[in-house]
Design a protein around this ligand. Structure first.
Ligand code: SF4
Ligand code: SF4
Length: 454
């Protein structure tokens, strides 16, 4: 098969006949959609960088503290015990993304995905600034090494490396919080050598992705892009070419498309939107702007490429509602309502009391038997709590290590205690017992466990 006969469906657009990478030299986009996208990206970047610094009542707005199994999302704290609630939140998010994709296609990719935001709005803009637009870049890359080329490449890659390191540290802020990260940075590298290596590895990965791998993340790696095929339907609003208006294409033809290929030259994934909806289209709108400029210059109405659905192009009606997105909306409302209900009805504290592993019981001289327990209490409120523990199922004495059971707001109390029960009250080798946790003499939680005896 000759190169001419090869269709866009036969191999990825950025691959040549030998399977080698064909670099995409995308033209710098310009137009109203690009301006909107740029402004929106500032908010996304601001959120990405600023969110870990925001505090609500002294607590972080966002913190994904995997090490301590503590997640704070929009100020609400989730502990390991709240996995179910967190799962409800994640499920709501996934259904929201599915609903959004069914209705508006891959709009997330072009507008809000960190990969696109950083590539198109940070790295690519720096590249345009240093190396110029697509033609100059192509000339620079294919030309011989000169002093000018060397300076441009060194400057660009040095800036890319610095941004990658800053990105990694910003990313770490989401997991460690500003205090945790500054603490780490203050200490000598030798004290956190493995952490330092991880930071370098992540920075190197970011540098490699944004400098070399680029759009292949969206076209070959990202599973979300692949899901499009099953999620989109004829009513999904996506960046579409109006083939009814545009065809037959060409300057001497009757369709509005003059076949200038400007929409292709501006596409960051290198595709031709006139071939229809494609997996590689990230809905970035660059081709809409470019084609609108062309339409203006040939005095034809804008919108040959626009946000529309297959149904809209066929019938001139942009109805976005289908049975599928109605069904997804209902499921989303149910699951999200359940999440809100479980979030607000969860207990103020969460107690876990377990016998210390490896220890059995002890027979004491005063005719009592004692067991050792580990206790963990998570305070989910925004107030410090002074708590008390009592055995409510039997008569017994609790001897806690340390004096007070005071748990700071959104914090965890951990300790060990001994429970003494008179021998005559122990009827089996495994007695079921129940503890009560009190705050201001009010019983706020109970916990059942066992007491072992002879
Ligand atoms: S930019 Fe518009 S006119 Fe030019 S090829 Fe693309 S669709 Fe046709
Ligand atoms: S086809 Fe258009 S919207 Fe899709 S990725 Fe290319 S330029 Fe962006």
């Amino acid at each position: 098969m000759s190169e001419k006969d090869i269709s866009f469906r036969d191999r990825p657009i950025n691959m040549d006949e030998k399977g080698a990478r064909k670099w995409v030299y995308a033209k710098k986009p310009k137009g109203k959609w690009y301006t909107r996208r740029t402004i929106f990206s500032w908010f996304v970047l601001l959120f990405f960088i600023g969110a870990p610094f925001i505090k609500i009542n002294g607590n972080p707005f966002i913190l994904l503290d995997i090490a301590h199994r503590k997640f704070i999302i929009f100020g609400a704290i989730f502990w390991a015990q709240d996995t179910f609630i967190l799962a409800m939140l994640m499920l709501s998010f996934v259904i929201f993304i599915v609903l959004f994709t069914v209705t508006f296609g891959r709009i997330w990719c072009g507008w809000a995905c960190p990969q696109t935001i950083f590539l198109e709005m940070v790295f690519r803009k720096i590249e345009y600034l240093i190396e110029g637009d697509y033609k100059k870049r192509y000339k620079l890359d294919s030309g011989p090494w000169t002093t000018e080329k060397g300076i441009k490449k060194i400057t660009k890659h040095t800036i890319f490396i610095v941004i990658s390191i800053v990105m990694t540290n910003t990313f770490l802020l989401w997991f460690m919080g500003p205090e945790g990260l500054f603490e780490l940075v203050k200490d000598p590298i030798s004290e956190h050598f493995s952490g330092f290596i991880i930071m370098i590895a992540i920075s190197s990965f970011f540098y490699w992705v944004y400098s070399f791998f680029r759009e292949q993340i969206c076209t070959m790696v990202c599973p979300y892009g692949r899901m499009q095929g099953v999620l989109l339907d004829s009513k999904s609003i996506v960046v579409s070419y109006d083939y009814k208006r545009g065809e037959p294409r060409g300057t001497k033809q009757t369709g509005d498309c003059i076949d200038c290929r400007q929409c292709v030259s501006v596409c960051p994934t290198g595709i031709d939107i006139r071939n229809g909806i494609q997996l590689e289209c990230i809905n970035c709108t660059a081709c809409i702007d470019q084609c609108n400029t062309v339409m203006k210059s040939v005095k034809k109405p804008a919108g040959l490429i626009r946000f529309d659905s297959e149904y809209g192009i066929q019938n001139g009606n942009k109805s976005i509602w289908s049975t599928r997105n109605r069904a997804y909306s209902v499921v989303l409302v149910i699951i999200f309502s359940f999440f809100v209900y479980t979030l607000f009805s969860r207990p103020a504290i969460e107690t876990t009391i377990l016998r210390t592993p490896g220890l059995l019981y002890q027979q004491n001289d005063d005719n009592t038997i004692s067991n050792v327990y580990n206790i963990k209490i998570v305070n989910k409120t925004h107030d410090e709590m002074k708590l008390d523990i009592k055995l409510i199922s039997h008569d017994g004495i609790i001897s806690m290590a340390g004096n007070s059971m005071t748990v700071k707001d959104q914090n965890m109390f951990e300790s060990t205690f001994l429970l003494f029960i008179a021998e005559e009250n122990i009827k089996s080798d495994k007695t079921k017992i129940e503890f009560g946790i009190y705050s201001n003499n009010e019983l706020i939680e109970t916990f059942k466990t066992t007491f072992v005896g002879p």
